[in-house]
Unconditional design. Structure first.
Length: 303
């Protein structure tokens, strides 16, 4: 694999910023992570397609990063190329009559949720307060444990590396609690979401109530990735960890939050190794005490 060759081929040749050794701590909500050997901030579809084809030809592994709000990047960093989507991927149009929103993968989820509310379109309330981009939200099928964004997808455009663009209708994809049937190598480019006309004030009130609840139960003042583990059926991962008396447990700068045990927060200077130690400790304690094998929601990068 030749990161250097890829860097030389892409630098100045495509509509993108091409960076070497960019620290992932600057690009993740955890504020943790060593350097990415290569980073491409693609400003257009064409630049993205070209970057992926050069990286493939140079055998450089790559990954798409949204706002990095569900990613724990290793202290050693990532030896491949991290690709971010900007500019052309940040376009959004709302058709109030048709009750649809069409948005690029780089659009901030908060903007999408708020603009839909302002247009009197309901259906995205479950995503209020979730950081990240539309691409990240669709890839994770973000939402609550009972409602998720995938249910709103009318159609979805992806880039299939080596093949080109492909359009799915929403019901061709299986959507579930923090999972989808989308192949891991497909890059989400844009989506059209089908929403429902509703009273703007009622949508806003619902969003406010959900935000208040978040602020009551989640440690939102410290860096984190949100919930570390998926909730097992009919159980709460946070409660299971709490029952193991792990609330407040620390490792280096990381801590199992006292407010919400499914959050591991960075209290300052936490390393990825600190977080992984706590993930392991919580996982093993829940397995031993409750016989439940928790699975991680957070995506590990560079491990
Ligand atoms: C305080 C806090 C609260 C949170 N609360 C919630 C919550 O209530 N519900 C919830 O579901 N999540 C929650 N999260 C987690 C996170 O915000 C979501 O998973 C979010 O959707 C991730 O979006 P992102 O753009 O940051 O994606 P990233 O974290 O950058 O990436 C996540 C995954 O998506 C992939 N990806 C990103 N963009 C694309 C693309 N265009 N094409 C293909 N793959 C892509 C990445 O490769 C990675 O595997 C929370 C996080 C924090 C920090």
């Amino acid at each position: 694999m030749s990161v250097f060759n890829a860097y030389m081929s892409l630098s100045g040749a495509i509509d993108a910023e091409v960076l070497r050794d960019e620290r992932l701590s600057r690009r993740t909500s955890y504020r943790i992570g060593g350097p990415a050997a290569l980073m491409v901030v693609a400003h257009s579809y064409e630049a993205l397609a070209k970057a992926v084809s050069v990286l493939t030809a140079e055998h450089v592994e790559w990954v798409i990063l949204g706002k990095g709000s569900n990613v724990l990047a290793s202290d050693e960093g990532y030896r491949g190329c991290v690709i971010l989507l900007d500019d052309e991927f940040s376009r959004m149009t709302i058709d109030a009559e048709d009750a649809t929103v069409t948005a690029g993968a780089g659009v901030a989820l908060s903007r999408l949720v708020n603009d839909a509310m302002k247009a009197g379109l309901s259906g995205l309330e479950c995503c209020v307060g979730i950081p990240g981009t539309l691409g990240g939200a669709l890839s994770m099928d973000a939402g609550t444990r009972r409602e998720w964004i995938g249910r709103r997808v009318r159609d979805l455009v992806v880039l299939r590396p080596g093949e080109g663009m492909h359009r799915y209708s929403g019901d061709e994809v299986e959507w579930g609690y923090r999972c989808t049937s989308l192949p891991g190598n497909e890059i989400i480019l844009e989506a059209t979401l089908a929403l429902m006309p509703a009273e703007r004030a009622a949508i806003a009130a619902d969003m406010d109530a959900r935000l208040r609840r978040r602020r009551q139960v989640q440690p939102l003042t410290l860096p984190s990735c949100g919930s570390v583990f998926r909730n097992p059926p009919e159980r709460s991962a946070g409660m299971l960890i709490q029952a193991c008396d792990l609330a407040g447990t620390t490792c280096g700068g990381a801590q199992i939050s006292e407010e919400h045990c499914n959050f591991i927060v960075n209290r300052g200077g936490a390393t990825a190794a600190d977080v992984v130690t706590l993930i392991q400790r919580a996982h093993d304690a829940v397995l031993e005490r409750h016989g439940i094998d928790l699975s991680c929601e957070v995506k590990l990068l560079g491990f």
